[in-house]
Design a protein around this ligand. Structure first.
Ligand SMILES: N[C@@H](CCC(=O)N[C@@H](CS)C(=O)NCC(=O)O)C(=O)O
Length: 242
């Protein structure tokens, strides 16, 4: 058994980004299923991560949470300098893009996909429509919010092919796991089969998504997301049929 244990589920965006990096780098990892909120509210899980979120990484007697921080930790401890450069200004670009993903991109994408994936999130959003940029909760014009966010992404991608540099870094893995899940090939509205977002006005973003889909292990890491969407689609059809 690897001394590294990753807790979570592959339909979780930050979990997927960490799993993807370890597959790209061939780093052995033990996976431990933790489904929120069922498994993440237990005392045992809270001892590992008092915030009660996935992913959580255990490295011997050290445990940590937050996908981007886990990516940075693994890169530093395993010398993944291509994915997380050590030169201060290059590293600053990666941190800039990671901060944007967590603070700006993820709230916008989660508002679209969160309620489709999780009934408890849908309920929370319906009860608190004015919670602004809080994760999984926000204004009803969620697609409009994401369009605004992607306008700024388009401006960044005018300068370089990936978010922080000429090659993919941990920032691209993290951002793609949030945004890429809205592509129809990975997830569509289970009730209607319709795409979750129209990427066609965003040419540079579309080209970046293509570049990210071409990264090693993309399909393998994203297969569970597609399977989950198909499962929800079947469930919705069954419910409709009565
Ligand atoms: N910023 C955190 C977000 C972690 C997070 O919110 N994870 C979700 C699943 S994707 C979760 O565990 N939610 C707990 C819950 O909904 O009870 C990260 O990047 O890891």
């Amino acid at each position: 058994m690897s001394k590294l244990i990753l807790h979570g589920v592959p339909v979780s965006q930050p979990f997927r980004s960490v799993l993807w990096a370890t597959k790209i780098k061939g780093l052995p990892l033990t996976l431990q299923t933790a489904v929120p909120p069922k498994h993440t509210t237990t005392d045992k899980f809270k001892a590992l991560n008092p915030r009660g979120t996935i992913p959580v990484l255990e490295d011997g007697d050290f445990a940590m949470c937050e996908g981007p921080a886990i990516l940075a930790y693994l890169a530093d401890t395993h010398g993944w300098d291509d994915l997380y450069p050590r030169e201060p200004q290059q590293r600053a670009r990666v941190l800039e893009a990671l901060s944007w993903t967590v603070g700006t991109l993820r709230p916008a994408t989660s508002r679209i996909i969160g309620p489709l994936m999780r009934p408890d999130v849908a309920k929370r959003m319906a009860e608190s429509p004015g919670l602004g940029a809080s994760i999984y909760a926000g204004p009803a014009d969620s697609a409009g919010g994401l369009s605004h966010v992607l306008t700024s992404l388009e401006a960044v991608l005018e300068h370089r092919p990936f978010l922080a540099s000429a090659g993919a870094t941990i920032a691209d893995l993290s951002a793609y796991c949030e945004l890429g899940q809205l592509q129809p090939a990975l997830f569509s509205d289970p009730a209607t089969g319709l795409p979750l977002f129209d990427f066609s006005p965003f040419a540079r973003t579309t080209a970046w998504l293509d570049r990210m889909r071409a990264q090693p292990h993309h399909d393998e890491v994203h297969a569970p997301l597609r399977e989950f969407c198909l499962h929800l689609t079947k469930k919705a059809a069954k419910a409709k049929a009565g």
